[in-house]
Design a protein around this ligand. Structure first.
Ligand SMILES: *Cc1c(COP(=O)(O)O)cnc(C)c1O
Length: 376
């Protein structure tokens, strides 16, 4: 069993992926070839955002978004401490200060109630993360931001395809940033990402920053980066988009099967009714995480911890906040465990994972036939 089975996905989508890759090899426009604009058009249409600009990675997306907003030395950006390090990294790379607001223990996303007290005269942006494939409380966050005249950058690296109050992740705030890292719900075969906005001015700035701040060839209007997504990776995402809706349904199927077996027996990340989840991770909350993780691994079931150390306690990041800045994030970092997830995970595999987990917890394991009954 794989934690995320990318080989099965390739086998299923092979004809289309191979054809797309070969088309690029034949036309030879490896940088900014026609697939780049084609993908940007499709992603903009899917999210409803006016502009989509593909970039070299999810990390680059965050960096370019912050640069377009003019964030730099002396500025503060409020974000969650419970995320992949890239979220805070993009802030500090620009000389700005990450200010960590604690999370809601139910959803593991930034808690809007913790944001307001962190706002200072130096605050320049709020950067929530839509963790595990589920949007943060964007309504609450946007309301605070608009009271203080602040832009909001959604780190949607894990949530492309999710919806919030009927609107698409990536199109819920000033700028949305996503990633096409291979293991994300929509992935390529290397690094890739995209930024989204409805603001023409910010879109223009991000387009220039992506290519060395160039407004015309050899005219560098602003400081930029080498931040393009290459044509081959865009071609891979275009091929994978053909089955993305089906894959999201399969992720829901896997999650529903896990739910049927596990809910009531252990903690689950809460799923508010106003949002859909693309299950970048299916994460459970355990009081004895290390013991249970060891038992799963002994049974050859791959697991992952997202994330074992909150960012404010990472050695390189501790200088920006006190160690007790986010007690909820610290507590959750000791309890969360992500189970195998993906569109190609079979019901039998789900049953094996869940029954091993229940057995380790000392819970009764239902017969296989009861699962089928519960899932239908
Ligand atoms: C994966 C991820 C990133 C970084 O994306 P890359 O494409 O790997 O650079 C940023 N933020 C979050 C929350 C992520 O999960």
């Amino acid at each position: 069993m794989e934690f995320i089975d990318l080989k099965a996905q390739y086998q299923a989508a092979r004809a289309s992926i191979d054809a797309r890759i070969h088309a690029v090899l034949e036309h030879g426009q490896y940088i900014m070839g026609p697939e780049v604009a084609e993908l940007e058009g499709q992603l903009a249409a899917r999210t409803g955002a006016r502009h989509c600009i593909t970039v070299a990675s999810g990390t680059e997306a965050l960096l370019i978004a912050l640069m377009a907003l003019g964030i730099g030395r002396g500025d503060e950006v409020i974000t969650t401490p419970f995320s992949f390090i890239a979220t805070a990294e993009a802030i500090v790379l620009l000389g700005a200060t990450p200010v960590f607001a604690d999370i809601d223990p139910a959803t593991c996303n930034i808690d809007p109630a913790c944001i307001e007290e962190k706002i200072s005269s130096r605050t320049r942006a709020i950067m929530p993360v839509s963790l595990y494939g589920q949007c943060a409380d964007m309504e609450g966050i946007n309301a605070i931001a608009s009271r203080h005249g602040l832009p909001v950058i959604e780190d949607a690296a894990q949530s492309f395809g999710a919806t919030y109050q009927g609107k698409s992740s990536c199109n819920l705030s000033t700028i949305g940033c996503t990633s096409f890292f291979p293991s994300k719900p929509l992935g390529c075969y290397g690094d890739g990402g995209a930024v989204f906005t409805n603001d023409d001015h910010l879109a223009g700035a991000m387009r220039e920053i992506r290519v060395h701040g160039q407004s015309r060839r050899y005219v560098h209007t602003r400081i930029g980066v080498g931040g393009r997504m290459d044509t081959l990776q865009c071609a891979v995402v275009l091929a994978k988009l053909e089955r993305f809706d089906w894959e999201l349904k399969q992720r829901q199927r896997v999650a529903a099967s896990y739910d049927a077996l596990l809910s009531g027996k252990l903690g689950l990340v809460a799923r508010p009714r106003d949002r859909t989840n693309v299950f970048a991770q299916y994460t459970v909350v355990l009081e004895q995480r290390e013991r249970i993780d060891a038992a799963l691994r002994a049974a050859a079931i791959p697991t992952a911890v997202h994330y074992p150390v909150p960012m404010h306690l990472q050695p390189a990041y501790m200088r920006w906040s006190s160690p007790d800045a986010a007690p909820v994030a610290l507590a959750m970092s000791g309890k969360v465990l992500s189970l195998p997830m993906g569109p190609y995970l079979s019901d039998a595999d789900v049953f094996e994972v869940a029954s091993t987990l229940l057995h380790t917890l000392g819970e009764t394991v239902p017969a296989r036939c009861e699962l089928s009954a519960a899932a239908t």
